[in-house]
Write a new protein. Structure first.
Length: 78
């Protein structure tokens, strides 16, 4: 099963944006955003499941879940 490269690029973009927001928040007040970090942790979880899966439907579902977690990590910040 091959994963659509554009999906991975989109996921990487979301992940990078979320990571930048976490770093920015940490620089502002020295605290980490636990909810955002948890969401990013789940991005990795679902991405790993997608990469390990051979069923195209399940791969698609896992990548969608990963992207949704990345979006939630970003929206934790105002």
């Amino acid at each position: 099963m091959e994963i659509d490269k554009s999906q991975l690029e989109s996921l990487l973009s979301l992940f990078s944006e979320a990571e930048a927001k976490v770093k920015e928040a940490e620089e502002i007040d020295g605290a980490i955003s636990v909810p955002s970090i948890n969401e990013l942790r789940y991005v990795g979880y679902h991405l790993t499941r997608a990469l390990a899966n051979k069923d195209p439907r399940e791969v698609e579902q896992e990548l969608t879940k990963a992207a949704n977690h990345a979006r939630r990590a970003i929206t934790v910040f105002p």
